[in-house]
Write a protein that binds this ligand. Structure first.
Ligand code: ATP
Ligand code: MG
Ligand code: MG
Length: 350
């Protein structure tokens, strides 16, 4: 069978490898780190730097198609890889989502609502941004942020200088604080033939910037559910996207507001492993190798809970719990804030 190249060796790469293996594919990961979650299950591991042009070429030649589990792949590496093999999802999705400014501009151009935002490059533009956006607001680095890292909250305009200093000169965006009732996400898939399939939206609860739980079904009216799925399809079509994408949304009295998009399988889609016949990982593999998308109908009500750091102390109890599937990432060391695994608890048959 064919071999799928995966950039990144974390838990998402691991679960993609497992799904690929179930469909008869081999996987080859590219990950500078050694003992990483995906390296335990992938068939091959290029333990090389993203600066190593020779290794990138050899990797591309060893695989049939290239996908990825994180969006911050250096452009120089993508240029080398793309000269040899197709990268799916394509470059446009990466270009748009690597930078919060291009991302929000793209979404607004599509007619979708985002938080109000202003670009901040120096103390002057910071003062202007605060005058325009006001407070409460959030200053976010334009690139590389995840799990709420690279963010400073402004309760009032008086917090402006401290927040700016916090960012140590990195390019940032000031975002108005959205008064949402709750957060949901759509995990959407698009095949090579342009077919789109969305999983049922999940409701997400964050603590300290990190996803804690995803619950399906989400609290949404039929109209909101329809809006969420249609706007996600709109985004994927515009990008001529191939693969799975996570679309994070704020639910407000004024309708749905897009927080951010992730051009990959997404933590808030882990419930699909025990809620659907075909989960987000298989759906992504199907899309990138050009197979038809599978049946992603939701079969169960599910609560997905991340196991972060000391949550692992609850493992004995969780392994004995009813209706509970435990998924672990094989990370050797437990650390505060580190995602070690997750559980999917079936709460009701639909
Ligand atoms: P991820 O790990 O999802 O990539 P991230 O570091 O990119 O996270 P965001 O998704 O931008 O961070 O923000 C994390 C959380 O902070 C959001 O899910 C939401 O709860 C809250 N948040 C972010 N931006 C806003 C906003 N403009 N208004 C209100 N809450 C916000
Ligand atoms: Mg993010
Ligand atoms: Mg987010």
């Amino acid at each position: 069978g064919a071999t799928i190249g995966i950039l990144g060796g974390g838990q998402l790469g691991r679960m993609l490898s497992v799904a690929a293996s179930r469909l008869g594919y081999k996987t080859c990961i590219y990950e500078p780190g050694g003992d990483c979650p995906a390296s335990h299950v992938a068939n091959y591991h290029f333990q090389k730097s993203y600066d190593d042009a020779e290794a990138l070429r050899a990797f591309a030649e060893a695989v049939d198609v290239i996908t990825y589990e994180f969006e911050n792949i250096p452009t120089s590496a993508l240029d080398i890889l793309e000269a040899h093999r197709p990268i799916r999802p394509g470059r446009e999705a990466l270009r748009v989502s690597q930078d919060r400014l291009t991302e929000k501009t793209f979404l607004n151009d599509l007619g979708l609502k985002t938080a109000p935002f202003a670009n901040v490059t120096d103390a002057d533009s910071m003062a202007k941004a605060v005058a325009e956006i006001g407070a409460p607001s959030i200053l976010k680095t334009r690139r590389f942020g995840y799990d709420g890292k690279g963010q400073a909250r402004l309760k009032t305009a008086a917090d402006s200088e401290a927040a700016f200093a916090d960012m140590a000169g990195a390019p940032t965006l000031l975002e108005g604080f959205v008064d949402f009732s709750h957060e949901v996400s759509v995990i959407a898939a698009r095949g090579i033939d342009g077919q789109v399939a969305c999983f049922d939206p999940g409701e997400n609860v964050h603590a300290d910037g990190i996803l804690r739980t995803t619950t399906v079904p989400a609290k949404l009216t039929a109209g909101q559910r329809m809006d969420a799925v249609l706007l996600a399809a709109n985004i994927l079509n515009k990008l001529d996207y191939v693969g799975v994408m996570g679309v994070e949304l704020f639910v407000t009295a004024q309708g749905l507001i897009v927080n951010e998009i992730a051009p990959r399988v997404h933590n808030s889609g882990h419930w699909t492993q025990n809620g659907c016949t075909v989960d987000q990982f298989e759906q992504h593999i199907r899309a990138v190798v050009g197979l038809p998308l599978g049946d992603g109908q939701r079969q169960n009500d599910v609560v997905m809970e991340n196991l972060i750091g000391a949550d692992m102390d609850r493992l004995p109890e969780l392994l004995n719990a009813r209706d509970t599937a435990v998924h672990l990432y094989g990370k050797a060391e437990v650390k505060a804030g580190r995602k070690m695994g997750h559980i999917n608890r079936i709460t009701r048959d639909t």
